[in-house]
Design a binder for this molecule. Structure first.
Ligand code: FE2
Ligand code: FE2
Length: 423
């Protein structure tokens, strides 16, 4: 074979290999490399609300831009004020690098914590990068004293974030009065790949910029047991968790007459149990919710979490946690009220544990004795209504993408005299 023919054959091989790689994508051949579908630019984007203070008097707003932007600014005002003057706040700015995101490795992240807001009040806000402002948006602070409210709970978004975004928008359109979104971990599939967080923020755009995002950490948010660097750096969350854990991995929030313990089931369960006990033994909350990823009662075959029941379930029993909002099993399960590992007669005596999934990755569901309701291969969002008028009532409904109610129950509590505000 002459040299010319060898050269032609070599070139042909390169072209064939190149053509076969192209549809797969560089990132899938080399997992350390990935491209984002949503590269940053000089406009403010990924505007997202969280809390790291009291939901009645604070709000946290974060957004991003490309790295050439020098300065950000936030303007806000009470929505109902006829005086159109605004208050301006200079945000914290962090340059976030993810060298694996080949087409957009560096972003600016901006974050503002607003404090001393008025409870149950609507505020308009907009953010800017080098003077280029976003549209005005609005948020509402939590009521004080406690009043009725609703919130959304979702299991793992993780895979299929574009479809997940449709579910979030359906939930928001059908239930516009919900106050915030709780996500029980596995927010993305590879937690330290920024392109996946870009996809999540893009999918939730128009919702998380008006209603705070309250995320728990899943195992996929800390891939391979790594520190969840992007979860911690992208989101400004409460820094009131156990001393033994890096702050923001676990935290508590009080909204209305409810206490939310957002836990990290990847980390030290005992340290969180000690912290949980401190949180609950002084709490006057009417309702207590634990939010975490790995379920104490599994929906999937061949999965169980005895340790979690032993270390956390006993505290849920002792302090009467009303509901445990969980993820990880990619199916739907609602247990009967459980106490000490056994079914009890009513929610007044035990905790109801739910597993759900909001993303497109779905597993088989096993029929367990403790299951009151199981659903296989159904993505759902859950609306939890907390009423305070006349009676303390919780109404829970799980909805599928088409808006069908797939599960529901009600808990009514004896109304008790309580402080006007929970501790
Ligand atoms: Fe998981
Ligand atoms: Fe998951």
């Amino acid at each position: 074979m002459n040299k010319k023919l060898v050269g032609i054959l070599f070139l042909a091989c390169i072209l064939v290999i190149g053509a076969s790689i192209a549809p797969i994508g560089l990132g899938r051949l080399f997992p350390g490399f990935h491209n984002t579908d949503f590269p940053s630019n000089i406009q403010p984007e990924q505007i997202c609300l969280t809390w790291n203070g009291d939901p009645a008097t604070s709000m946290t707003i974060q957004w991003r831009s490309s790295p050439e932007v020098d300065d950000g600014i936030l303007q806000f005002r009470e929505s109902t004020k006829t005086d159109m003057s605004v208050t301006e706040v200079i945000p914290n700015k962090l340059q976030l690098t993810d060298s694996g995101t080949r087409n957009d490795p560096v972003n600016n992240r901006f974050s503002v914590v607003l404090n001393n807001l008025t409870p149950e009040t609507s505020y308009d806000y907009r953010v800017a990068c080098d003077g280029a402002f976003s549209e005005w948006r609005a948020f509402t602070t939590a009521p004080f004293p406690a009043q009725s409210f609703s919130f959304v709970y979702m299991g793992d978004p993780q895979v299929g974030l574009d479809t997940w975004g449709k579910l979030v928008h359906e939930a928001d359109t059908r239930h516009p009065d919900t106050a915030f979104y709780v996500v029980a971990g596995d927010n993305v599939n590879r937690g330290n790949n920024r392109d996946e967080w870009d996809a999540l923020f893009h999918a939730a755009g128009g919702v998380f910029d008006r209603k705070p995002y309250v995320p728990a950490l899943g195992n996929h948010d800390c891939p391979g047991g790594d520190r969840p660097r992007l979860f911690l750096e992208l989101l400004t969350l409460p820094e009131n968790g156990p001393r033994e854990l890096e702050q923001e991995r676990a935290y508590s929030l009080k909204y209305g007459n409810a206490l939310f313990l957002v836990l990290d089931s990847n980390s030290d369960l005992e340290a969180q149990a000690r912290w949980m006990e401190e949180q609950m033994n002084t709490s006057l909350a009417t309702w207590k919710f634990a939010v975490y990823h790995h379920p104490a009662y599994s929906s999937a075959p061949l999965r169980d979490n005895v340790e979690l029941r032993e270390k956390w379930g006993v505290l849920f029993d002792k302090y009467h946690v009303d509901m445990a909002l969980q993820g990880h099993d990619h199916g739907y399960l609602r247990t009967r009220p459980m106490r000490g590992g056994k079914e009890v007669a009513s929610p007044a005596e035990g905790t109801i544990y739910v597993v759900s999934v909001s993303g497109s990755k779905l597993y088989d569901v096993e029929q367990h004795e403790y299951a009151e309701k199981s659903l296989e291969r159904v993505c759902t969002y859950q609306i939890i209504d907390i009423e305070t008028e006349n009676q303390d009532k919780l109404t829970y409904r799980a909805y599928d993408m088409d808006g069908n109610v797939r599960d529901e129950f009600v808990i009514v509590k004896q109304k008790r005299l309580q402080a006007s505000r929970i501790k």
